[in-house]
Structures are given as structure tokens and as C-alpha cells.
Design a protein. Sequence first.
Length: 453
Amino acid sequence: MSIAPARRAALQVLHRVRERGSFGPETLDAVLRASGLSPRDTALATRLTYGVLQTLGTLDEAIDLFARVPSALEPGVRDALRLGAYEILFMRTPARAAVNEAVDAARRARPQAAGLANAVLRRISDEAEAFPWGDPATDDQALARVTGHPRWLVDRWIEELGRERASEALYADLEPAPLYLWANTFKASPVEILDALEADGAQPVADIPPGCIRAGDASSAVRGDAVKSGLAIVTDAAAQLAARVLGPHPGKKVVDVASGRGTKTAEIQAVSVAAGDPCDLYALDIHPFKADVLRRRMTDLRVPGVTALVGDATEIAAVEGAPAAGSVAAVLVDVPCSGLGSLRRRPEKRWRVTPEDIDRLAVLQATMLAQAATLVAVGGVVVYSTCTVSKTENADVIDAFLARAEGAFAVGDLTGAVPPEWRGDIGAQGYFQSIPRVGGPDGHFVALLTRVS
């Protein structure tokens, strides 16, 4: 009963993610560090792990279709079946190899399950040629199967984005996400940063927006000295747009709401410094430990002029040290969101998020936006950003805020801050909404609001 090393590692990850509710990428990294796998087996284990977690619902649908009593399958046996079904349906691994390995894995989980596993996977193999059992171009359930998404999300994206754009995003979610970096010019010049990444073997290429770098070799980049030393910061290309839309505000008060570890905080300050002088930048987060991380990180990254604040963004007036209402030139509100724009980076997330989660988050987001807006002086700006593709969390939140603001705020023009190549993602309302694209950035939303009275 010998299971290939890559499959054994993938099964370990699947087991831990299921048992602990942990995240796939972090769990995979831990397993791989302890495994001693060859580069080839590491690549296969990564593909198997991400693939199974991404297509979990599709795999369970196939397993349940051919198992006599699906509810009786033990979790460890189901993990083995999922791995085998993924290889058969999505990788087109020869049936004999995929079935034999998965049967051995099922036998390890429960010796009596070998026959059942063999029967289920043989049936799946027999039907694999017709997968996804419908035409994805016209059959929404087949589209959900072949792209590994819950049907409710497929329906929602088709309704909100249109079928063509939704399909593009759905298929992109199955592909590896490119690795983008932000050049930290507080520590070195753009040329020096590119040279350092080149020395690490990252195969860097300057990309858009300005200051963004794409790493041709992601693994070399994240292991390299340039990233470890803070010369280059890992962050999606479209995520870098928010600081550019916020714009430079040298010498003025600026607030970064829900600042987390401070990646966008650093980007905001870089925009002001490039225009002449630092802004007086406040970074607010509800978690004290994140504020501590941000303080250390700003020092390490050599970012000047940042004051870390701890407090609840839904009650900004109660936050100790926060600027007074109406005294701020600009606020970035990078709200917690469902993360539907970056599902390929969180492979298990698409099967954990629910429509109810989205509705709950939209309430929080609306409250945070309304509170942040109180800080802004007349003529100042608010930038609202998310990493999701969800009208409920994005355009609906902005539209409702503008209705309540009764003319105090107006939608600003994003055109000058958005690279020409991305301007097609600016909708009729003036909001930027990218979608995940194969070989491109994630799905991000950015809206610019100007206080007019």
C-alpha cells in the first residue's frame, strides 16, 4: 500500500484543512517544509491540494452521485475519493494510476473501504469523457462544475457581471494567480529593487500601475532577499490602485482605516512623498497586535510619518488619538470583505463563504464608510476599496451611502489614476471593478468620493 509522496502530502493537507478549518496555502507550506519533497513532487502536491480545495463541491457531487450511501463515507475515505476524482476529472490522469493511488489511500483510512473506493472511482472514470455533464456555455450547473464554484456564486456573477465576464472570472479562478510586488522606494530606487529581485531569480518585470512589479518566478521571489528585506512587498497589482486613487496629500492629515499590517499604509505615504512631502498619516485597526506589527513594519520599511491607532472603525469618534471630524484631507476605507475577488489565492474559501456572509459584511462595510466619511473636510476625499466581486458589498454600499449623504459627497473621476489598460473596468457609475483574469490581477473594487459640502 504505497502512496506517491506528492499525493501523500496533498492528503495530509486535505485532512488538516478539514479537521482544523485551517487555510490551504499555510497548511500546504507547513507540510511541504517538513516533507523533503523534490521540486517536481512539490509542484504536483501543490497542484493537487489547490485543485481539490478549489473544486471540492464538484468532486463531492460526483462522489455522491456514484456512492450508494454518500452519508456513510468516512471523512478520510472521502478525502481519498476527492483526490482521485480530481485527478480523473480535472487533470485527466490515466484512470488506472489515479484509481489505484486513491484506493490505497482509502484503504489506509479504512481497510474495508477499498472496494467501495474502487467502484466509485471506476464509475467516475467511465463518465469522465462527458464531464462536466452539460455545456458550460449554456448550462449554468455545468459551468459551476467545470470551474469548481458553488452554484449560488455562479448565478450571482452571471446576474451582476453578465455571462461572458462571469465566465472569464470563473475560469480564471482555476488558474494560479500571478505574483505581484510593490517596489518600496523608501529603501531603494526602482532600478535597485529590480536588480535585487533579478539576483534572487524572481524574473521581475515592471508592470502597471507604476511601482508594481510582476515576478515571473514566484517561488524564487518569496524566498529571496528582496522580499525578506522589504525592498519589495507582495501585494496584488489591482490592490495597489487604491493608494493611487487616494492621491498625494503632502503635509495634510490622511487616515488609513482597517490598516492591518500596513501594506496600503506604506503605499499611501509613498504617493505623498513622491509629490514632495509626507502626509500626516494615521493607520487605524481594531486589533492591538496588528497595530504593533504595523509600527514595527513601518520602521523596517523606513516609512515616515505614520501614527498607529487602535480602535473600532464603526465608532471612530471614540478612538483615542483619532483626528477630529472634518479635519482630514483623505481617508482610505479598505473594508473587511468576502474576498470573492481573490479566491484563487484562498482555494477553500469559495466553499466557506455564504450569501448570508455577504449580507452581514455589507452592513459592517456601510457603517465603516459612514464613520470614515465624518473625518473628511470639505474638498477632501474618501476612497472605498475591497478585494471582492460582489455588487452587494461594492456598488450597493456606495449607492446607499450617497443617498444618505444627500449631496454632501459626489463620485470622483478615477480616470487619471487608473492605467489606460484598466479603464475598461470603470463602470457607468464611475466605480472601478476588476475581475480575476488568467495571467492578470485579482478582482478589486475602488470608488472615489469627494466631499462637496
